[in-house]
Design a protein around this ligand. Sequence first.
Ligand SMILES: Nc1ncnc2c1ncn2[C@@H]1O[C@H](COP(=O)(O)OP(=O)(O)OP(=O)(O)O)[C@@H](O)[C@H]1O
Ligand SMILES: [Mg+2]
Length: 364
Amino acid sequence: MTGVEVKVEGLSKSFGRANIWSDVTLTLPPGEVSVLLGPSGTGKSVFLKSLIGLLKPEKGSIVIHDTDLVRCSESKLYELRKLFGVLFQDGALFGSMNLFDNIAFPLREHTKRSEAQVRDVVMEKMDLVGLKGDENKLPGEISGGMRKRAGLARALVLDPEIILFDEPDSGLDPVRTAYLNQLIIDLNAQTDSTFLIVTHDINTAQTVPDNIGMLYRKQLAMFGPREVLLTSDDPVVAQFLNGRRQGPIGMSEEKDTAQAAREMAEVTELDGLPPLKPQLEAAAGLPDRKAVHRRRERVMRMLPTLPPAAQAAIRQSYTDRRGAASQHGSSEPSWPLSSYELSETALRGRHGHTTAAPPGTRLR
Ligand SMILES: Nc1ncnc2c1ncn2[C@@H]1O[C@H](COP(=O)(O)OP(=O)(O)OP(=O)(O)O)[C@@H](O)[C@H]1O
Ligand SMILES: [Mg+2]
């Protein structure tokens, strides 16, 4: 199974007279992990809710399997929703239901499985997110991080082809965030489903996704492969992806232009191009992430259009990867450094895990 493509074109959303964002166009590549960034209040949660048809944008289209879910019938929308697994920002658990029933809810609502089958799936997902033994607790009796993980388990019970997580890492401690990030990558390796994750965590943004998008000033400032965004010289993107104070974004979102320009001049002199962090890899023993190959093919096609510094950094990162392979005694053939032709063999394989989470571990 390859994940589902989500094609968003010219999407605009307002509440009354307040425009949230306009003309958002992007395609979530099937089977890849994408992250959506942006200052607080720029409409990231509104975007996710629009993708599953909970909010109706006034303009534009969201096409999944040839159906525009902005304009389709209620019954068609209900069908399409079964493709999605969603974790809302607030967890959105039913307060009067225990965790078991909360997590079982989509299975009972959307499938005709027996209670024994429901139980098997719920217990498996609760184990996956480290909530085994907490089945009978009510949402009000557990910590914020546990509620988040219960929301994650519920989002996964239907084995969704499209997974939307709204800040899955907020309220989690750093160790659990590391496990969560590994879980996302491992799930993607196993299922090839399409992910869109909203996060404020810079490390997550730098190391997890195949693609990064950014909402800023009511627009989609950029959306593209991680290599391209992480080497971008766009001041907004660079500031956000490096968590810097200096740059066009301030506490109230937009700074005075003159001050921002002064700060940007300082940053360029001091820092230059940020180094490209390696991407988290699937745990040993799991299938190769096909998403990586597809993304790299895209990057290679885009490479000649990028600024020279970005091209150099991206080439360097691919070379480093190859270096890591030979250090680990891999028998992979090397590929000619001069050509940088996309070579499936050279890009295959996984080396040098970048995560604190040991292979095959569960989120606990
Ligand atoms: N149902 C609604 N009715 C009216 N306005 C809304 C509604 N939902 C969201 N908004 C407004 O839309 C804007 C964007 O909200 P949203 O929750 O999408 O921001 P966000 O980018 O997710 O922020 P954060 O990072 O803080 O979660 C806010 O100004 C919010 O008040
Ligand atoms: Mg939000």
